[in-house]
Design a protein around this ligand. Sequence first.
Ligand code: NAD
Length: 485
Amino acid sequence: MKQILNLIGGTLCGAASGRTMADIEPATGLTYGTLADSDTADVAQAVAAAKEAFPAWSALGRTRRSQYLMQLAALVERDLELLARMESIDTGKPIALARSVDIPRAVANLRFFATAILHTREDAFITDRAAVNWVLRRPRGPAGCISPWNLPLYLFTWKIAPALATGNTVVGKPSEVTPATAEHLARLSIEAGLPPGVLNIVHGTGPAVGAPLVAHPDVPAITFTGGTVTGRAIAASAAPMFKALSLELGGKNPTVIFADADPDAALAGAVRSAFTNQGQICLCGSRILVERSLYEGFVEGFVARASAMECGDPLEEDTMQGALVSAAHRERVEAAIARAVGEGGRVHCGGGRPRGLPDRCRDGYFVLPTVITDLPEGCATDAEEIFGPVVTIRPFDDESHAIRLANATRYGLAASLWTRDIGRAHRVAAALDAGTVWINCWLLRDLRTPFGGMKDSGVGREGGDDALRFFTEAVTVCVGGESAR
Ligand code: NAD
């Protein structure tokens, strides 16, 4: 049995209470390890360690901090195969996806922020001859970094890399559902020689670990990626303490396909965006809007592709659809499908659990790719995030109808548009409520760009300069000049 430990002050340790909880492999439904079931006492120790390490780490200078992070990136890259396997076992995602996306992106996150700090410019403002103002960017202190289960190492490093690079120390709280790769990262951080207390990782549930971390008075910055309901609770706790807060929350993203799109590229893009990682990416396109003249042919083509996507053992090289992350999540997804049927939806394919899985996966948490049409406008299925392999397809009449349907949700994370009319692409992109709009592509990321959502999809932006700014406090230093004396 694998034992997943906390990292506090440079030492791997169990929860102070001695309690553990089960780590379950979603593809089999079996417990394959345990993790520290930590609580407020462990959080307090981790924050104390981060606070003690902060003065030296923040004073270390960017060159040396960059070297530590580059070393950590090299170790993650060295262990890519091991980490990909861990991620696949822990999440149920196909190993090919973990190997090609999750772990390489974790390496890229570390390298990106390790080098970004070497190349940024400082701001200076010269007030005629009266003054020179320059903006000092000071790390905030111990940062609380809370991440979800869908892209575990990818999103955990997306937070801790900029935090550490800018001179903060970190108390990280990975999802209790998928803790394995964060624990391996803890081991690699020791191997990389990261000074004790610079990176601390506390495992356990959201209420027992995440909530006290958010509420801790010595943690001035909280970055959170997860569900909107959790984000709201975190905001309620952190805002009265005036903490810096970055919230990356849920999505219900539209894929909008105009009749002038390249039909093959649009179909392939819509399928990929719907079902990658079993639809468990916040950026997945779960509401597909298709111009009416294309609609019937598109639905036929989409359903043919979705029906051909078989679920399989995530550890098999050619598996494209793995398991959902937990029994509880599968129940939520199945309840959402039942609700869609109750709302009058027509299920073209999927709608339930697959047959004929390998013996090892008999009790795993699989749901087939599911395509639903004919739902009434304004239904709950099109309003609530399902976060599984379930999409709806709906026709639209013209550009303004497409925009109205696309924006008819309380989320505003991402959208993808498929059109060959460049004028329309720009017009519609500017009218959509989405933090990221992809045109004729999906999930293409330049780590320098601002990333985040509007409306109920979050507050703030991460990535590039936005992340470097989030983790630093600006101090304007005004030096009086000749005419100020
Ligand atoms: P979640 O909100 O249940 O949990 C996320 C993390 O928060 C976990 O580590 C959890 O233990 C912790 N947590 C739970 N309650 C807490 C509390 N009261 N205080 C502090 N921490 C707490 O989300 P999830 O189910 O792990 O992830 C799925 C959600 O994440 C989906 O809604 C998805 O859209 C969203 N997501 C968003 C993005 C984005 O970039 N916007 C990226 C990935 C996932």
